[in-house]
Design a protein around this ligand. Structure first.
Ligand SMILES: Nc1ncnc2c1ncn2[C@@H]1O[C@H](COP(=O)(O)OP(=O)(O)OP(=O)(O)O)[C@@H](O)[C@H]1O
Ligand SMILES: [Mg+2]
Length: 270
């Protein structure tokens, strides 16, 4: 590993947060290396969104410190905001506008040159070109989610937060989002995502941390986490397809869009 890869883009130390009498975070510590994917796992109500809100400067911690690219989230909030983008747990797209208009709007708000071109490129990258002129209110959940992620990439932020990026998506749309996230990290973007899905963390994350009762109870690579349990007994079983295998075989997966190289998803096929 080179020194460059060891640079910690996100540093979190001793984060505490309570809502009235409810102690949600009781001393959360972790680091995220530049260009890596870090998955924060936890049950409903564990405090994942609370961590993301603090790191994205939407909420103040009661104690502890966190920095993004060296900027303190509490005292250098505007620098942090220029470094990050957030795709929240609930889609932030405007239903009454088209996909293209949503993208142009955000590009204008960020004072970028050529918002129209940025919108066209992102629609193509997320296989939404054909739907680009339609109102978002007519989109499926997967299309909305991809548009939401596309919006968060405007301006090429080096750090992105994805709060439960695939909740509510069908298996094929989830794989689409996973590929998008992998591509981002390969391009050097640092990704912190939260999820309740263990397979999502397995598929995507370089490191996985489990948030439980206000603290990170384990933090490591998938291989390190698996070593926490005793070695599996060797058993001979007939390998049955999973329901997901069956679903994907029947509805088709991995159909590549020849123009963009992106995977197409079922709802866009005739
Ligand atoms: N503004 C608030 N006021 C009071 N309690 C809150 C507030 N926001 C969150 N909580 C509580 O804090 C706890 C953690 O919430 P949080 O949204 O961070 O959990 P989460 O891990 O993101 O859960 P989920 O998986 O359901 O999204 C929950 O018990 C929640 O009810
Ligand atoms: Mg949440």
């Amino acid at each position: 590993m080179t020194i460059q890869q060891q640079v910690q883009t996100i540093r979190v130390r001793g984060l505490e947060k309570s809502y009235d009498k409810l102690d949600v975070l009781r001393g959360v510590d972790f680091d995220v290396a530049r260009g890596s994917i870090f998955a924060l796992l936890g049950s409903n109500g564990a405090g994942k969104t609370t961590v993301v809100k603090i790191l994205s400067t939407l909420l103040k911690a009661d104690a502890g410190a966190a920095s993004i690219n060296g900027f303190d989230v509490a005292t250098q909030a505007s620098e942090v905001r220029e470094t990050i983008s957030l795709t929240g747990q609930f889609a932030a797209v405007d239903e009454m506008l088209s996909g293209w208009e949503n993208l142009v709007l955000v590009a204008r708000l960020r004072h970028l040159d050529d918002p129209d071109l940025i919108a066209d490129e992102l629609l193509a990258r997320f296989s939404l070109t054909d739907a680009g002129a339609r109102k978002v209110s007519t989109y499926s959940g997967g299309m909305r989610r991809r548009l939401d992620i596309a919006m968060s990439l405007i301006g090429n932020p080096p750090v992105i937060f994805l709060d439960e990026p695939t909740t509510g998506l069908d298996p094929q749309a989830r794989i689409e989002v996973w590929q998008t996230v992998k591509d981002l990290a390969e391009g050097g973007t640092t990704v912190l995502l939260t999820t309740q899905y263990l397979d999502e963390a397995e598929q995507l994350a370089d490191r996985i941390a489990i948030l439980h009762k206000g603290r990170i109870i384990v933090n490591g690579t998938l291989a390190e986490l698996k070593q926490l349990l005793p070695p599996a007994r060797v058993e001979y079983v007939e390998k049955q397809p999973t329901l997901e295998d069956v679903f994907l075989a029947l509805v088709g997966s991995g159909a590549k869009d020849s123009a963009t190289g992106n995977h197409r998803i079922s709802e866009e096929r005739p």
